[in-house]
Design a protein around this ligand. Structure first.
Ligand code: IVH
Length: 672
């Protein structure tokens, strides 16, 4: 290949690869396979190696990182990067709206853009004549750190602006983030390599971007979104148009940004965002509301280095600090010993938290939590609160490291740790703590739903010696119950009635109540669609079980093991003999649409006929579970228009995908 040919081919490949990377990382809709992309990338690399002086400034090969540096040179921002004032409640937000109207001397509605407040690391990018010239962190707002080689490695961040007529200079601002899945994977890898884990995605993003060796940055799957411009501002007159313009330039912008005609619409956007918070693939800690019109922004100006025209409406915090009173060890229904920190009660996101799980022995050792420590506690979504880190500076003198007990704290029996497992287990099937948990699980709402059978009574029943298995519950009589401590005649009668009523529960609830390892409500739903009785399930082979979509070898093995245990079979026989009659068909067929019990559905793209929240509610009413991302457990993907990467993911995993018409039919809403 001669020089002219090489130049032509390099031009062609660079442009093609950039186009594909933009489709993949920014639009989320690739048109070629990864293998095809790699083939083109390798071809480009080979030609670039032969003609190094022909490598273009926007070549994708720059994404691999450059030689390490000694430090980060200071970078003076062309115009200062301001910070934003916070507000913490709807009342404060409406105060903000009133202040703006007062300042502008108007009663008219103010238009706003409501944008997710990404919890990452803010950056500024400078493009000269369309080419990425510099990237910098915020620093103190006036001077930041020059991290240009590092930002070049971020996939989907344009090295060259799209479009044929780039401005002389463009200064854009946004946030570098690490999506939650990547954060978790990174931490797992670090733990395996014996390196300290990052406390949260923001720290991981910051730690990854601020690497003197940009090849390390390149190895981290960082992402970003842009949301603002520095001076000179591109030729648009509102924030809404600016975001559109940024998109045209090839940047990722947040698809969840909302145009709001007034403060009320912004408040509605906040509620929507707050409820979506934990299902987003990245962390957000609030919503930034910006006056939409630039003309108004100019008139409003700034006070004390924050603009008057923007406010960061924060979400309730998910982390708080508190003190560990003591560490106790709980025995679960399968005998697993779980260390739990008892905390000085603290309110997190509107809920009082007084306990946090420490998961297992390895976890306690890794975090080195001790009684008396001040700790950072986190609540994320519906998960059990957990301890993020210890504030070592506040550790009391003489605090002793925690050690797991050598015997079961409930029955005194030996505990063991199985090969390759992180959990310690009490092997005694009759351990009262296990029995207690098994009974509580059996009686819980997702199980046999025996109202009135709470912790205290279960403990009494076990102490009395009359109840050793779930089947014993069905042999209790009023006289006995009324005599156990703290139970009057009336409550005894109520409890007996509740036990009687529990005899006829749907089969999936009965299966779930048995407490088979890995078999929760969802798996129980799948099993009861395939097997019409508990007997049929007990006889099922491993092959029959794994043939059910959504059931893997681990779950199947656990089911087999449960039913091969003579004691478990005896309990089931005794339950059936006592009159427990699980009902095979879920009597759940509501007005229209089939029962979707056991289905795990993911929605992607836009539906023409309803909001996503409505679609979700409808699916749930029919018994389906609706989740935010596609995984092996997903059984169905509903794709509206402009579906995102979830569609590709579903296709990769061969998960059934349906469009809007089939979806409407499925939920019984077909309007013919
Ligand atoms: S606008 C003057 N928009 O929140 C306004 N900031 O200032 C400049 N942040 O550190 C910022 N998401 O890094 C803006 N959609 C968004 C944002 C956002 C996150 C961060 C930004 C800054 C902090 C508050």
């Amino acid at each position: 290949m001669d020089r002219d040919e090489a130049r032509l081919r390099i031009d062609r490949l660079t442009e093609e690869l950039n186009e594909h990377a933009w489709r993949y990382y920014v639009l989320d809709s690739p048109v070629i396979s990864d293998a095809e992309y790699d083939r083109l990338a390798r071809e480009l690399e080979a030609i670039e190696a032969a003609f190094p002086d022909l490598v273009r400034a926007d070549s994708p090969s720059h994404r691999v990182g450059a030689a390490p540096r000694d430090d980060f040179p200071p970078f003076r921002h062309p115009s200062p990067m301001l910070s934003i004032q916070n507000c913490f409640s709807e009342a404060e937000f409406f105060d903000f709206d009133r202040r703006i109207k007062k300042f502008l001397g108007t009663d008219d509605d103010i238009e706003y853009m409501a944008e997710p407040k990404l919890d990452g690391l803010s950056i500024e990018l400078v493009y000269q004549r369309g080419l990425l010239a510099a990237g910098a962190t915020r620093g103190d707002g006036t001077v930041g750190e020059d991290v240009t080689p590092n930002v070049r490695t971020i996939h989907g961040l344009p090295l060259k602006l799209r479009g044929s007529d780039p401005p002389e200079q463009l200064v854009v601002r946004g946030e570098v983030i690490l999506e939650k899945v990547h954060f978790e994977r990174l931490n797992r890898e670090r733990e395996e390599a014996g390196e300290p884990a990052f406390a949260n995605p923001r720290n991981a993003a910051a730690g990854s971007l601020r690497q003197l060796d940009s090849r390390i940055t390149a190895s981290r799957p960082l992402s970003y979104m842009m949301y603002a411009a520095g001076l000179p501002v591109p030729d648009v007159d509102s924030q809404q148009d600016l975001l559109r313009r940024l998109e045209e330039f090839g940047f990722r912008v947040n698809p969840r940004s909302r145009f709001c005609r007034n403060a009320h619409e912004a408040a509605a956007a906040y509620a929507e965002l707050l409820s979506a918070r934990f299902s987003l693939p990245y962390d957000i800690d609030g919503m930034v509301v910006k006056v939409n019109r630039f003309e108004l922004q100019r008139r409003l100006g700034e006070v004390s280095r924050s603009p008057r025209w923007a406010v960061a409406w924060k979400f309730p915090p998910v982390q708080e600090t508190t003190r560990v009173q003591r560490i106790v060890v709980q025995v679960g229904r399968t005998g697993v010993l779980t260390p739990v920190a008892e905390l000085e009660p603290v309110r997190i996101g509107g809920v009082e938290v007084s306990r946090a799980t420490l998961h297992n022995e390895d976890e306690v050792r890794r975090k080195d939590v001790r009684a008396g420590d001040t700790v950072v506690v986190q609540r994320a979504g519906d998960v059990i609160p957990e301890i993020v880190s210890v504030v070592l500076a506040r550790r009391p003198e003489g605090a002793a490291p925690f050690a797991m007990p050598e015997r079961c704290p409930a029955c005194g029996g030996p505990v063991s740790r199985e090969e390759g497992e992180s959990a310690l287990r009490c092997a005694n099937m009759n351990c009262p703590a296990q029995l207690r948990e098994r009974l509580l699980h059996f009686a819980s709402r997702g199980g046999m739903d025996i109202q009135g059978l709470g912790e205290k009574i279960v403990e009494r029943l076990i102490e009395s010696g009359r109840v050793r298995t779930a089947a014993d519950l069905y042999r209790l009589d009023k006289e006995f119950l009324a005599n156990i401590e703290r139970m009057g005649e009336k409550s005894a009668a109520n409890l007996l009635a509740a036990i009687e009523a529990s005899k006829r529960r749907p089969l999936p609830r009965f299966i779930s109540a048995l407490g088979i390892l890995h078999v929760g409500e969802h798996v129980a739903g799948l099993l009861s669609q395939r097997f019409s009785s508990i007997d049929a399930l007990a006889r099922a082979s491993a092959e029959e079980l794994t043939a059910i979509p959504g059931i893997g070898p681990e779950v199947s093995e656990s089911i087999r093991r449960f039913f091969s245990e003579p004691q478990n079979r005896k309990i089931i026989e005794a339950l059936l003999a006592a009159g427990v009659t699980p009902i095979a068909e879920e009597a759940k067929n509501t007005s229209a649409g089939a029962s979707l019990a056991g289905q795990v559905v993911v929605l992607t793209g836009t539906l023409a006929s309803m909001e996503r929240s409505q679609a979700k509610a409808r699916l749930e009413a029919l018994g389906a579970r609706v989740t935010g991302s596609v995984s092996k457990k997903t059984t169905l993907v509903v794709a509206g228009s402009d579906p995102g990467s979830k569609l590709a993911e579903a296709e990769k995993l061969s998960i059934k995908v349906i469009g809007e018409p089939e979806f409407l039919e499925l939920i019984g809403m077909r309007k013919d």
